[in-house]
Design a protein around this ligand. Sequence first.
Ligand code: SF4
Length: 483
Amino acid sequence: MSTTEKDINYFLLNYNLVQNHREHLAKDSFPEWRPQEKCGVFAVYNYREPGKAAIITYLGLLALQHRGQESAGIAFKDDNGIQSIKGMGLVDTVFTRETLSSIKAGTILGHVRYSTTGISNAANAQPLVARSFDKTGIALAHNGNLTNTRKLQDKLLLEGQIFHTTSDTEILLSYLFRYRRQGLVNAVKKTMSIVEGAYAAVIMDDDQLVAFRDPGGFRPLVIGKFGEAIVFASETAALDTVGATFVRDVRPGEIISAGPGGLKSTLVQADTKSSLCIFEYVYFARPDSVIDGRSVHQVRRDVGSTLAGRINTNLDLVIPSPDSGVSAAIGLAEALNLPLEWAVHRNPYLGRTFIEPTRDGREQAVRLKFNPIQALIRGKRVAVVDDSLVRGTTARVLTSLLLASGAAGVHLCIASPPYRNPCYFGIDIPVAEDLAVPGDDFDRLALSIGADSITFAEPEDLYNALGSDQSAFCTACFSGDYR
Ligand code: SF4
């Protein structure tokens, strides 16, 4: 069997596995509304075995599915210039085996999307492509949010620009396309001097793949290698999934071009100040990813350990909120020397059709989703650990389910500070009145949820776990400091 045949079989195996888990993945963000990551980016440059780059990109996008479930797409070059295949839904819904097998290009750009600006529709699905009449063009995949969108949009409209989408990514695309004749790296450099906000992005033209990160480095972006081929991905977990070797993170304010001459780095601003989103570590990134040299799982676990020192009550058992509290629960149980039990079963086959988007509907959905194992809980004072508390729907229903199952007490342990402020950098966080934590009266909050107590991690707990002070991160949604 040739390597390509083996790879296609590997793809088929994954394809079938994924089909079985579609419902499970689709439900991950529901019924409890959670902060949503905007997007995931994955790209391969110059994979020499025909037909393999598309399969690698498909697998890489599957590994990044948690960063966006609304739409998925890839762009590649054929004899007619840059083409794209995009659609609404999960990665395995958008691409078929036949489609992927037919793509022979060795350079592919891929994207999964969750919308924070622009509505969720097929036109906004990425990569976005801009072409000219001579068949040349560019394709762009973007994770993040521009903050001067309105100003730039008005300016472009006055200049006669027609927009085809409602996404801020089209503004990036417009400037990159406008300057592309100066070379992609120069086009990116010029565009970076115009746009503001958060962007970890990859652009391709006929010859090159260029990755770039805003000077604050809000969103992660890494470089990997497959022999001669280069990979860019939002998270290292995607590199692991496809078997690529991690090279390094793209630095804040850096442009990395992969072209016929190899990899080249251009630092746009030497004095960049890191503003990496701290919630990548709290919730957004996969626990098996490593961002800027820090294991996401280890950071969450260390915050869980620190929480142990903030809890002033006797406990018998630690339970992770499925599945978001697992890493922190391990740290907490270890530090308190208490048993850790997966005492709440999570039903992965929940459909979304009959769930009303109301508080009652959401609570009913949580009941459908979770069921406590009574024998483990009866008579126990339990610590329920979650990574964050947003609306509090899951916490409220889980608490009542645990009490109804005979728990002697429910103590909520949240491995991050409370959300208090909106995010303008690519994360969808609800408006203030929808947040569970309006003030500092945590006793009242616990009462409203039905729990005996609630303990949040302090910002210092996160900085200690990260081994750095606040200056290295964006913390605006809990500190209000937008820098
Ligand atoms: S405001 Fe919060 S969610 Fe948004 S980038 Fe900053 S830390 Fe991340």
